[in-house]
Design a binder for this molecule. Structure first.
Ligand code: NAP
Length: 371
């Protein structure tokens, strides 16, 4: 088989703080052994992709010319990202595509002509070589668009409930809860009968979550936010939180409210309650410092949470069990919705870039690299 040539989206940060995002031609050799060659049909733009594509660079004031974006990265970020200086990095964690060539291993040959989803990185490209063993064949009747986001958000949302059970908690708090992932979590918790306190930041998001059946939704923009939070924590017994925001005081407020609920009716202790309270920060929607006002005793924990180490922790069989659940619910529990479908060239226009970089509720973009 001859080499295959296609476009690939690259993000390069130079040591002087100049971020360049552009398309380049990529030559892919014929796949060998367990490899398969995918024609990439659809790939979502998720917040974690934007972290690599743009990071905190100033996209609103970037230059858009000749199919290239040039933006300034703030100095602290330039220093923090020294390891990527000068390297043109392929972007796009996950997506779906059609297997158009395969290596000689049986696992690879079995996928020839099939539509698969995978999370290899570098999916903002027309073609991509991936390991057949890391691909999920999409069920009959599922389109590339329906399968494009079958990994990152579904497995993360399922991972929250799994983590909760493993660590001995019984209900959850979730922030930025009207997100694509948050809406999946609402459905999972209903199916599994797990209490969930959804924290959002405006009344429209309350309405979205109520519309899909969420029972406890509290709004940080409401004057009664802290009181509403305490009521919802009391009702659910939630002592574990997953926070996508990271910056600001919300994690602290949640731990404080958990402690307040734990202390109701108890005798005063200057050490606080013995109720284990844990908050995982799993996103960085707000890059400002995380502010903890430690008025929640001493039995608490704030930690980071990332999908990949979680998958390593639960092992191959654990991951396969979750993947099966995702496969079965791609058009229901794990359905993603898109505001726009764009080509690789359109990704590099000002109109699109400023819009998808805003990460607004219900406004996710899907890249269709082959039209
Ligand atoms: N750790 C992991 O392994 C992992 C895996 C998957 C996803 N994630 C994270 O999960 C989060 C959700 O992903 P997604 O694809 O579901 O997102 P999404 O659908 O693009 O939605 C983003 C949501 O965040 C809200 N938001 C943005 N900035 C905010 C801020 N400063 N304060 C409060 N809310 C804010 C938006 O609300 P508005 O409309 O009000 O702006 C919107 O509801 C992201 O942070 C992503 O990085 C992490």
């Amino acid at each position: 088989m001859a080499d295959t040539t296609g476009l690939q989206l690259l993000s390069k940060l130079d040591a002087d703080g100049r971020l360049t995002v552009s398309l380049a031609e990529q030559v892919l050799p014929a796949p060998t052994r367990h490899e398969v060659l995918l024609r990439v049909d659809a790939a979502p733009i998720n917040p974690s992709d934007l972290g690599l594509l743009f990071g905190p660079a100033d996209i609103d004031n970037a230059e858009f010319a000749d199919g290239t974006i040039v933006a300034r990265m703030p100095d602290p970020a330039v220093r923090a990202m020294a390891a990527r200086h000068g390297e043109a990095m392929p972007v796009g964690n996950e997506g779906a595509g059609t297997v158009i060539a395969a290596g000689d291993a049986p696992e690879a040959q079995a996928l020839l002509g099939k539509l698969v989803a995978c999370v290899p990185g570098g999916m903002y490209a027309q073609y991509r070589i991936v390991d057949a063993r890391a691909c999920m064949e999409l069920p009959e009747g599922i389109t590339a668009e329906q399968g494009a986001a079958a990994y990152v958000n579904p497995l993360t949302a399922l991972g929250f409930v799994e983590t909760m059970r493993r660590e001995g908690h019984t209900a959850l708090v979730h922030t930025a809860a009207a997100s694509n992932l948050g809406q999946m979590l609402v459905k999972i918790c209903k199916e599994d009968n797990v209490g969930l306190v959804n924290v959002v930041r405006n009344p429209a998001q309350v309405a979205i979550l109520r519309g899909i059946g969420a029972e406890h939704v509290v709004d940080t923009s409401s004057d009664s936010f802290l009181a509403d939070l305490a009521v919802a924590l009391e009702a659910t017994g939630a002592t574990m939180a997953f926070d996508a925001i990271g910056g600001g005081k919300l994690v602290s407020q949640i731990l404080t409210a958990m402690e307040q609920v734990a202390n109701e009716g108890a005798a005063y202790s200057r050490y606080g309650s013995n109720s284990a309270k844990k908050a995982f920060i799993y996103g960085a929607l707000d890059l400002s410092p995380t502010v903890l006002t430690r008025n929640f005793g001493f039995t608490w924990d704030v930690a980071g949470w990332l999908l990949t180490p979680f998958m390593v922790k639960i092992g191959e069989h654990g991951v396969e069990r979750l993947r099966q659940r995702v496969r079965d619910g791609l058009t229901t529990t794990f359905a993603s919705h898109y505001k726009a479908r764009v080509s690789l060239e359109q990704v590099l226009t000002r109109e699109a870039a400023v819009d998808y970089n805003a990460r607004r509720t219900g406004e996710k973009y899907l890249i269709v690299p082959n039209g």
